[in-house]
Design a protein around this ligand. Sequence first.
Ligand code: F6R
Length: 250
Amino acid sequence: MFYVLPNPQAIAEYVSDLLIAQIQKKNNAVLGLATGSTMEPVYEKLSKQVTHKNIDVSGLTTFNLDEYIGLGAEHPQSYRYFMQQHLFNRLAFARHRTFLPDGLCNDLTEQCEQYSNQIRQSGYIDLQLLGIGNNGHIGFNEPGTPFNSRTHVVTLSEQTRLDNSRFFDSMNEVPDKAITLGLQDIMESRQIILIATGVKKAEIMAELYESPVNEQLPASVIKSHPNAMILLDEQAAMYLPDNMRKAVGA
Ligand code: F6R
């Protein structure tokens, strides 16, 4: 389940190849997407490869994991904006099938219910990409989130706000609420790939490696998924026991 590659570039190449194989197998696949620094090289590589190989992405449906409440599509720190910049504007996605929660929606309860329903109606997610927070969150499912959760509104932990403040001018501007796909929605995906890169993720990856499946470490839930892969670079894997590291393909 834990696989180590040398660096973020090697991970980007590997994941881009997996995504392309998925699209070639099923041109109307449903992809679950994440934002964040970890995903930037992945989307960069994917955009180049899809263009180079002339792959048709117009039949795909995508669902992003999360969005800040209070930030609209035009706000440079909104996740819609991130996706437009890093992926959607670069390729011929069908814009009306690129779903993210709407951070400016008035009826959050209804939106949450609809978002999980839309995924179900689309036939569930074929391949879900995940990053991981320093506190073990996936999406914005913070420690203590029930494993049976559906799309919901979260109050972000101080740690998460602090981690994400690097993208904002000041800590005050970091939203304190977000909408996130729930852990049960994520677990219903047919395949899950969690990526962790860089030395800052080394401690949480060691904890994830050692920890039993439990709600205090949200990412641990994917250890009970039948088709999940955890991809680390050498830095994020630095505290994993040598004999437990597997090379991809081994
Ligand atoms: C983003 C998301 C988050 C991030 C996580 C890691 O859509 O769901 O769980 O994946 O916070 O963020 P980075 O990659 O910036 O370290």
